[in-house]
Design a protein around this ligand. Structure first.
Ligand code: NAP
Ligand code: MG
Length: 502
């Protein structure tokens, strides 16, 4: 791959971005910007340069307690849940419209904060965030219970029905890979259901969540319905999850932290949904247009620098076309050569942090030590910023850490297969079960694999296509529960059964 035309210089920030970065560090609690109870700050880096560009509040225990108290009071007095559903829907649509109206600014902030290309944030993150809110807003007025006739008693003696009620105060903790999108995916069903919430963005990427809070205020939500608290997972996150006044936790992040949060939440039996890690297979059957499938396999792993929970990180190509598929992915790689996030030519940016760069490089080193060969990439092309070249590893086996563990970087491992049953077994040989891509024109093979693969989503001839109307979530250790679609609002509702003797 030639990198000669790549200069790792981040273009200048806009005036709007500079203003946001220079803001006083504050928390959004009870409908107002408020100082933290202590002076501790979190530094925010631009991963394209590795430089600190802003500071945000590191919420104290007191701050967390204030945010939960605000959400609790806003839930308990019904200022949100008792509104006509039409009013909740209208407020949500106003918020969606405001995000839309600030799309360019939000895309730039996301690029500065996370390192993803601004063009990608503008094409994917921001419009998807808007559509999550618009879609869920429509459910606010459609959350009905049902009548139910008793089964074991004579007819006409009893009458039963169910009510759907909001679950209460929700704590929503999101990761750094799609900061605004994950935040909106979380708040939308909670708001539609009538819940109140405290949102905690990841320490690496707090900027768009804070800007979202401005728009929440502008949209006219009642105070305390949406609170945004920046802070570290081990302190603010931990306290939020253990807080006795919280009813539900929704978490997206790593499987290890998800398990830890699950244990903490269980002490007070909080409702819990978890969206966790993955090691998603991409299966290329022998009948495909090889060029098209190889291009698709490359996007499946290199999009967002591979920092995607459903990244197609294990490539299985049929033996008869394996070499050609590998060649095609390697040929696509230079198009994904990393560039600074605000460079309009960038398809792929740096990784989010130095920690993530070290983690990805140490996986590549382990793969090489274990005997993997590097087809392309494998290196970091710049001393400044956190760039890794798109990497393809071959000659791997199912025992290697690069095949078994989530790398969360632009690294794909490629393996051969001979028949459908064999590749289904290989695809399922993982503790994860989030997504899988199948490339084929053979309908029988497509449906057979869709049935055999243990994953929350199976894609045919595409990858990582996610839509607000379609449930998303994991089998096995990729999570508990579903987000999006009708199923995505269920975790925000309790069911109450009312039984009357006639
Ligand atoms: P992470 O370390 O698990 O962090 C995720 C969030 O949890 C952050 O806000 C973090 O705060 C917080 N946190 C950390 N420790 C906590 C604790 N003890 N109590 C409460 N909260 C705590 O994950 P990450 O490395 O940022 O994100 C990458 C992972 O997310 C990958 O495994 C990826 O697969 C997964 N992911 C899954 C999905 C999905 O939908 N299934 C989507 C995207 C990403 P700090 O940032 O302050 O530590
Ligand atoms: Mg972290």
């Amino acid at each position: 791959m030639t990198q000669s035309d790549t200069v790792f210089v981040q273009p200048a920030y806009s005036e709007a971005a500079r203003q946001m970065l220079a803001r006083k560090p504050q928390l959004f609690i009870n409908g107002a910007w408020t100082d933290s109870s202590h002076d501790a700050l979190i530094e925010v880096e631009d991963p394209s340069t590795g430089k600190v560009v802003a500071r945000v509040a590191d919420a104290s225990d007191k701050d967390v307690d204030r945010a939960v108290a605000a959400a609790r009071a806003a839930f308990d007095d019904g200022r949100w849940s008792a509104l006509p559903p039409m009013e909740r829907e209208k407020a949500m649509i106003r918020l969606a419209d405001l995000i839309d109206a600030h799309a360019d600014e939000l895309a730039e902030l996301e690029a500065i904060d996370n390192g993803k290309p601004k063009t990608m944030a503008a094409a994917v993150d921001i419009p998807s965030a808007v559509s999550e809110i618009r879609y869920m807003a429509g459910w606010a007025g459609k959350l009905n219970g049902e009548t139910a006739a008793p089964y074991a008693v004579p007819g006409g003696k009893f009458f039963g029905y169910t009510l759907r009620e909001p679950v209460g105060v929700c704590v929503q903790i999101v990761p750094w890979n799609f900061p605004l999108l994950m935040a909106c995916q979380k708040i939308a069903p909670a708001l539609a259901a009538g819940c109140t919430l405290v949102l905690k963005p990841a320490e690496q990427t707090p900027l768009t969540a804070l800007r979202l809070a401005d728009l929440v205020a502008e949209a006219g939500f009642p105070a305390g319905v949406i609170n945004v608290v920046t802070g570290y997972g081990e302190t603010a996150g931990e306290r939020l999850v253990r807080h006795p006044d919280v009813d539900k936790i929704a978490f997206t992040g790593s499987t290890d932290i998800g398990k830890h949060i699950g244990r903490n939440a269980m002490d007070t039996m909080k409702r819990l949904t978890l969206e966790l890690g993955g090691k998603s297979p991409v299966i290329v059957m022998p009948d495909v247009d090889v060029a098209e499938a190889a291009t698709g396999a490359a996007s499946a792993i290199f999009f967002n620098s591979g920092q995607v929970c459903v990244a197609g990180s294990r490539l299985y190509a049929h033996r008869s076309i394996f070499d050609r598929v590998l060649e095609g992915v390697a040929e696509a790689a230079p198009g994904w050569a990393p560039r600074p996030a605000l460079d309009p030519r960038a398809q792929m940016g740096p990784l989010v942090s130095g920690e993530q760069l070290d983690r990805v490089m140490s996986y590549i080193a382990a793969g090489k030590r274990d005997g993997a060969s590097v087809v392309t990439g494998g290196d970091s092309p710049s001393d400044e910023g956190y760039y890794v070249n798109p990497t393809v590893l071959a000659d791997v086996n199912p025992q290697m850490s690069v095949v078994r563990e989530e790398i969360f970087g632009p690294v794909v491992v490629a393996q051969r297969f001979d028949d459908l049953d064999e590749v289904a077994r290989a695809a399922n040989d993982t503790c994860y079960g989030l997504g899988a891509g199948v490339w084929t024109r053979d309908l029988a093979a497509m449906h057979t694999l869709a049935g055999k693969i243990k994953a929350g989503t199976v894609w045919g001839n595409c990858h990582a296509m996610v839509d607000a109307a379609l449930p998303f979530g994991g089998y096995k250790q990729s999570g508990i529960g579903r987000e999006q679609g009708r199923q995505g609002i269920e975790p925000y509702l309790e069911t109450k059964t009312v039984i009357l003797r006639l």
